[in-house]
Design a protein around this ligand. Structure first.
Ligand SMILES: [Zn+2]
Length: 267
């Protein structure tokens, strides 16, 4: 457990308690071909020892909120009876899962779709060549070229995925934490984050050096704020998780009931 201090909120200070989750938390665009048979991970079974540790932490630090890295776990992994959730409820602590938003994930995934498709095509062609020859045709130029190409694409894809896995998601989570912190009417805030083991380490070291640049992140992900020209109400895609363009045409400004066309993107 480590404590991270942040000062990115006007007149508010935020202390984050970083707690390693009991289980590894994975994230990927496409689930690995091999199915996970790790029952404990899948069922998210929490041990009594871990519960006790978290309860002691709460009693010691009294956090305003607790967030947990979601990763690629299914929502229904977290049942209502989840002992951790029950614990937070009994202590009156806001708890939520955080990660990159589904929209942003979809957007980034689409950007890598071509690469993924090409890798699959090349894999199929390579398999076909092996079948046709009845062995691995190592000396064939076409075969060598395809193999090299596939390896290159694979590496590139993995490095792009890693960048999202470790950097973009983290910044996204940070943004959500800051949004939560802004809502709490208290100037000395404490929060706790439950992280997978890899993540917690990266988080501590990196955030001590640099603050999240929300503007850059929004540009990178094409997440925007729209402002009603009539009543100045803001529609923030990061908060709703829904692209403004995807809102129905009969969408009305929640502030003044004006038409969708009355909202303009802020730059
Ligand atoms: Zn309006």
């Amino acid at each position: 457990m480590e404590i991270l201090e942040l000062d990115p909120l006007k007149k508010k200070s935020l202390k984050l308690i970083l707690v390693e989750s009991e289980f590894p938390i994975d994230w990927w665009f496409e689930a690995p071909a091999k199915e996970r048979h790790d029952l404990v991970w899948n069922l998210h079974l929490i041990t009594n020892e871990y519960l006790k540790l978290i309860e002691d932490l709460i009693d010691k630090h009294h956090p305003n909120f607790v967030v947990e890295e979601k990763g690629s776990r299914w929502e229904d992994t977290f049942s209502y009876d989840d002992p951790l959730r029950s614990l937070f409820r009994s202590k009156n602590i806001t708890y939520s899962l955080i990660d990159i938003s589904e929209n942003a994930e979809g957007y980034l995934s689409a950007a890598l779709e071509n690469n993924r498709t090409l890798i699959k095509k090349l894999s199929r062609r390579i398999e076909e060549l092996i079948k046709k020859n009845g062995r691995i045709p190592k000396e064939e130029f076409d075969f060598q070229r395809m193999l090299a190409w596939k390896q290159y694409l694979q590496q590139e894809y993995e490095s792009q995925e890693n960048e999202i896995r470790y950097i973009v998601r983290e910044a996204w989570m940070m943004m959500k934490i800051l949004n939560m912190a802004r809502k709490v009417k208290d100037n000395k805030l404490k929060g706790a984050i439950l992280f997978g083991e890899n993540k917690a380490q990266a988080f501590v070291y990196k955030k001590m050096e640099e603050e999240v640049n929300e503007k850059e992140l929004r540009e990178l992900l094409d997440v925007n704020v729209y402002v009603c020209q009539n009543c100045r109400m803001q529609y923030d895609e990061a908060k709703t998780g829904i692209d403004f363009d995807d809102l129905p045409e009969d969408f009305k400004c929640p502030g003044c009931g004006g038409p969708k066309s009355g909202l303009k993107k802020t730059i």
